[in-house]
Design a protein around this ligand. Structure first.
Ligand code: ATP
Ligand code: MG
Length: 220
């Protein structure tokens, strides 16, 4: 292989890909350790699983950013069942939440059988919100899907203390904000929403505080 055919960025992407796969395996290994009811054992185990999933999601985002640097930025839209999408996200959330949180799903009766979206991207955006809820909620997390005026509305709702005002203000103004972590999660989710376009309409991310934080993707 010549030095030029495989540049540094490709090498970094291949490394990130390998790290992501190894972490996936580490996560599956952790899943095989049974809980025993002793908090000294179960709590660090849950924390390790959560961290593993969080880092895996981040590496997935890094890979997507790498691909989008290479010019593949348009979403890869296909037909999916919103019912399956929510069921799978709920299963992942329940596996991470164990008995620390209740995880409910609410599916509107008017939801179509199939919707058109880039599943990988939408899952990344939703998992960002779910990771936030797992960090900030007290007891409850709900995943919802609805259809309104031809838009698909996907919501992650929790019973946390809500988004800080400066985060809501900065997101409304399209600015970066101070955060506990990298502060990229919500901005990345908004980018994913905006990349979804249909008949001249682009997706949006809405954040609100109701009786907790409400994260809402509207996709055209
Ligand atoms: N469900 C939530 N409840 C309360 N506050 C939240 C919730 N989700 C996010 N926040 C607040 O919004 C900030 C920004 O969230 P964002 O996901 O963008 O970044 P982060 O979680 O801090 O970092 P990262 O996602 O990189 O770990 C968080 O630091 C936190 O203060
Ligand atoms: Mg986050």
């Amino acid at each position: 292989m010549s030095a030029n055919s495989f540049d540094n960025a490709d090498f970094q992407a291949a490394l990130v890909h390998e790290l992501k796969n190894h972490l996936g395996l580490l996560g599956m290994t952790l899943d095989r350790i049974p809980r025993c009811g002793d908090p000294d054992h179960d709590e660090p185990l849950d924390a390790a699983r959560l961290l593993c999933e969080d880092v895996t999601d981040r590496l997935r985002q890094a890979l997507w950013l790498y691909k989008s640097d290479k010019g593949v930025r348009s979403p890869n839209v296909d037909a999916y069942s919103p019912h399956d999408l929510i069921a799978e996200l709920a299963a992942r959330t329940r596996a991470l939440a164990r008995d620390r949180f209740s995880v409910e799903t609410r599916l509107s009766e008017v939801l179509p059988a199939v919707v058109f979206l880039d599943r990988e991207l939408v899952e990344m955006a939703m998992m960002n919100a779910i990771q936030n809820s797992l960090a900030y909620a007290h007891r409850r997390i709900a995943l919802e899907a609805d259809a309104q005026d031809g838009w698909l509305v996907l919501t992650v709702r929790d019973d946390s203390d809500g988004y800080p005002d400066h985060v809501l203000d900065s997101m409304a103004a399209g600015r970066a904000y101070r955060a506990h972590g990298t502060g990229l999660g919500l901005q990345f989710a908004r980018l994913i929403a905006q990349l979804h376009e249909n008949r001249g309409r682009a997706g949006t991310l809405e954040l609100a505080n109701e009786s907790g934080a409400v994260f809402r993707l509207r996709l055209p």
